[in-house]
Design a protein. Structure first.
Length: 186
């Protein structure tokens, strides 16, 4: 089934979960130079640019890249269509945003090390990922998740990559009952 190119954009812009997620993530964004990883159709990159950030968008999907580039063409966004783990960045960033992507990466340690190395001194990562490994289900497999994280596992991975963890908390526990049903009956 081929989806209209506006489907994901409209979903992101009109959906309560996405709007709330973006609002929460924005609270943690610091600095001027921001890298938005696995940025999809560019909705969050565009919000960042409209807030005065110099944004570098990166996604390996050519389709999403084309949509994002078209929508953000008048904003201060550098668009990259490539695999972040293979790209050699020419600059460092104040902040790297990694939203709903780490769980899709087979070698999460490699990615976290890469991000740590492209941050300026004092820079930070703003990370949102799937929680509760015990909820890992067919849904996760079908959407390309390799894992889910609990707080101690994620903190350990972050520290191993050289990060100092300032804030680590669960978010969107309202959706937990749906995940539980999916895990055991889905």
């Amino acid at each position: 089934m081929e989806l209209d190119q506006d489907y994901f954009w409209d979903l992101h812009e009109g959906d309560f979960w996405h709007k709330n997620k973006d609002r929460v993530l924005m609270k943690f964004i610091d600095g001027k130079e921001v890298l938005d990883v696995a940025a999809g159709t560019g909705s969050f990159s565009i919000k960042l640019a409209k807030e005065g950030k110099n944004v570098t968008y990166i996604d390996y999907s050519k389709k999403y890249y084309e949509i994002a580039k078209k929508r953000g063409k008048t904003l201060p966004i550098t668009f990259l269509c490539t695999d972040i783990t293979k790209h050699e960045f020419k600059k460092k960033f104040d902040c790297v945003v990694l939203s709903a992507f780490l769980e899709h990466v087979k070698d999460d340690s490699e990615l976290l090390n890469k991000i740590h190395n492209i941050l300026k001194p004092g820079g930070k990562i703003v990370l949102l990922t799937s929680a509760y490994q015990w909820l890992y289900s067919n849904f996760d497999k079908n959407v390309g998740h390799y894992r889910r994280y609990n707080k101690s596992e994620l903190q350990g991975q972050m520290q191993k990559a050289g990060f100092k963890v300032n804030v680590l908390k669960y978010w969107d526990v309202i959706g937990l009952p749906v995940l539980i049903v999916s895990r055991f009956f889905g």
